[in-house]
Write a protein that binds this ligand. Sequence first.
Ligand code: NAP
Length: 282
Amino acid sequence: MKKNITIRSNRLDISQKIKTIITKKFSEYGYNVSEEFTDKTSLVISIGGDGSFLRAARELDFPDVPFFCINTGHLGFFAEILPDEKEIDYFIDSYMNNEFEINELPLLEIDIENSVHSVRDYAINELVVRGNRSRTAHLNLFVNGNFMETFSGDGLILSTSTGSTAYNYSAGGSIVDNRLKIMQITPISPISSNAFRSFTSSIILPAEDSEISINPEYKFDNSILIVIDGEEKKYQNISKIKSRQASKRIKLLRLRDYEFWNRVYMKFLKTYDYKENERKSF
Ligand code: NAP
């Protein structure tokens, strides 16, 4: 039976403290808890914010075991619990009693090509193709080989349902229930004029049988930048970026009370109630 837990944490004092507590508690159940990922690892615990989880998943090359996220960061959209000892005990009890669900989130598979090479990458949230050094990006967009538009503007976001609440949302895209398997293409500051005409809002495609292809038009050398889940990729003379839903998935361990729209409410819409907080402090 697999008895290893991999733990990844950012450097905040609170995260390090939680790491020590979790290591001790799981060790008492016979688990070997360390930063290493081995073939005996059955769970990865990420302590930090969403950024910490995205980095851990990439560093571990999107392993086929569930991640559990503890939020000591800012937003914590992926996180199930806060760094609180009672919540940690609730998580460990739920884990030991198999009282959880596994949410499987499909990744985007991305091929970045130039005249010589093709490099494959994967995204949990999104692929961004944008102008480098404040240049306008001119991007020919194809869906399943059919020409759609020559986009001109700051760039295009190709978002998964999972990424819909991230950069996509800030750029005016829609929040998508993560049970829906779609890809959303959201323009960043599109130009729509007599000179250039682009979609000014998002388009949504079925993830399963859509291949998106973006061919940059260069007015200046190397004026295109690729950003995958916040990580900049520097490639020379990119000729084509192709993307589709991957067969790989990232798994998230969800506790019993997880509900997507409640998470959206709590993280985006719930306002801070000053009066209630004042009352609590008396
Ligand atoms: P970052 O500082 O790690 O993240 C920026 C914000 O996005 C943080 O508040 C982060 O939460 C939140 N976030 C990440 N994934 C999310 C998701 N699926 N749903 C809701 N919120 C999410 O920035 P980074 O290292 O440059 O890039 C990581 C991600 O940030 C990217 O994948 C991109 O989606 C997003 N981003 C957003 C903008 C924007 O909104 N204008 C710009 C660049 C990047 P935590 O606070 O918990 O880390």
